[in-house]
Structures are given as structure tokens and as C-alpha cells.
Design a binder for this molecule. Structure first.
Ligand SMILES: O=C(O)[C@H](O)C(=O)CO
Ligand SMILES: [Mg+2]
Length: 260
């Protein structure tokens, strides 16, 4: 049975952030993920997760100035110092949240800088992998579709494989978000079967609306969950979607899987 993690930045937004841990646990979740935990104190976040009995499976390193359109710094030329500093904050939260994997976002880069950005990306990720290896943390990179995030540097799962091949770091993995992957590349089953040892975390949402991963999605999720079970996938499956209405009402799709 896949282990589902509630994305507490998108689910249970009916209640304040720190109350979402208990709300997710009450619905049967054993794990959670958070896009950006930084507005809350790391100690408080860790306490709430522990009190609810939820494992924090994943969160993102600081993305730069989100309000100004920044979506990570790893591939952004000229921001290397800031990128390195941001890792300290991520490590601090990982410690308090008892989380062992961090998603590092590539960032938005103008097309004319893509060549330079690739070198910057490799250099920054190599640095991050080496720093985080000392803390026993995994680094994840996630291809994100450019419709949702225009100009985002890493969009295709095959490009993420190229980065892994180039860097050869033992703690560098793919965060395979099936919603983005279906939009940019497709071939979900083949990619999963061919690269399972390189995927540390999976996220799901309906395609194309990014709502509940249910029968209204073009992806056949029950098929995928059975495939993950059969293949021995041990990671978490993050529920990173925008509920159509109330979170709990929309969890009809999950009842069978959360109760198994
Ligand atoms: O948007 C996504 O799919 C990522 O997982 C994320 O957390 C950054 O927004
Ligand atoms: Mg995602």
C-alpha cells in the first residue's frame, strides 16, 4: 500500500497552518509534506508533527522571494552566495522537523541564460549534495511544468536524469510529481519502472486540473498505486493538489488507500 503524505500547504487550508497536522492525522494520514514551512517556528512545526504522529516526508528549501516571482535559486546565475546561505535554514528546519529529504528548486531563468544556468545548477547542486550528505539528508530535484511555472529551469523528467548522471551523488534523487510529468513528458509507467531507484519521493494530483487524483483525472491512479506496490517503492506519495471543495470531502478517493 503506498504511504500517502498530505501536502499541508495545499490541503486542510480550512484551518491555520499549525492545526493542519492534527487535521491530516484525523483523516488517516501518517505522513505530511510542506512546501515552505518558514513562516512558522521550526520547533513549533516539529512539535505539531510529532504530536499528530505524522512523519514530515519532504519540504522545500527557501525559494528566494516568492512574491517577486522567484521559484528557487539553484540554477539562477549570480545568486550562488544566497543559495548557499539558504541551505543553512533548510538544514535547521530538517533537524527540527525530523525530515530526511529536501526539495531544492531550480528557479526561473530567462532563456538566453540557460547555458550558463546549467553550469550554475550543477555547481550549486553538487555543493548542496555534499553539504547535506554531512547531515544525512537527501537532495531532491523536481521537474515542474512550465505552464504552471513559466520559465522554470527544470521541466522534463529526462533532464533530471541527465543532472543525476552528471553529478553522480549518492544523495541526489528525483522528486517525481506525476502531475507535472504527465504534462511535460508522459510515459509515467515506463519512467517509474525504469528509474525507481532514482526516485525518492512521488507527488500526485489530477491531470489536467491539479485537483483530487480521482476518476476525473486522465491518469489512472489506482493502476499507478498498484504498480508502485508491485515494484516495491518504499518512498512517500505526496498528495499535492488543490481540493475542489473542502479537503475532507474531497478525500473520498483516498479512503480505500488510507484505510488499507
Ligand atoms: O509545485 C510543485 O509541484 C512543487 O512540488 C512545489 O512544492 C513548489 O511549488
Ligand atoms: Mg510538486
Amino acid at each position: 500500500m503506498p504511504r500517502f503524505a498530505a501536502n499541508l500547504s495545499l490541503l486542510f487550508t480550512e484551518v491555520p497552518f499549525l492545526d493542519r497536522f492534527a487535521a491530516a492525522a484525523a483523516c488517516g494520514f501518517k505522513g505530511c509534506e510542506i512546501q515552505f514551512p518558514y513562516l512558522a517556528d521550526a520547533n513549533d512545526v516539529g512539535d505539531k508533527a510529532a504530536m499528530a504522529g505524522l512523519k514530515v516526508a519532504m519540504f522545500n528549501a527557501p525559494p528566494g522571494d516568492w512574491a517577486k516571482g522567484e521559484r528557487g535559486l539553484a540554477a539562477v546565475p549570480g545568486r550562488q552566495d544566497e543559495f548557499r546561505e539558504s541551505l543553512d535554514l533548510a538544514i535547521h528546519y530538517a533537524d527540527f522537523l525530523d525530515c530526511d529529504q529536501i526539495h531544492i528548486m531550480a528557479g526561473v531563468v530567462p532563456e538566453e541564460q540557460w547555458e550558463e544556468a546549467f553550469d550554475v545548477y550543477l555547481e550549486n547542486l553538487a555543493y548542496a549534495c555534499d553539504e547535506l550528505a554531512g547531515e544525512k539528508l537527501k537532495v531532491c530535484i523536481e521537474p515542474i511544468n512550465p505552464g504552471d511555472m513559466p520559465g522554470y529551469f527544470l521541466t522534463r523528467p529526462d533532464d533530471a536524469l541527465t543532472v543525476l548522471d552528471q553529478l553522480e551523488r549518492k544523495n541526489l534523487f528525483i522528486l517525481y510529481d506525476l502531475y507535472h510529468a504527465q504534462i511535460t513528458q508522459g510515459g509515467i509507467t515506463d519512467f517509474l519502472e525504469g528509474n525507481l531507484d532514482r526516485i525518492a519521493h512521488i507527488q500526485v494530483a489530477g491531470v489536467p486540473g491539479r485537483n483530487e487524483p480521482d476518476a476525473l483525472s486522465e491518469l489512472n491512479y489506482p493502476y499507478i498505486y498498484n504498480l508502485l506496490d508491485a515494484s516495491g517503492y518504499k518512498g512517500w506519495v505526496g498528495c499535492e493538489y488543490k481540493p475542489r471543495g473542502k479537503t475532507e470531502t474531497g478525500l473520498k478517493w483516498a479512503r480505500e488507500w488510507l484505510e488499507k
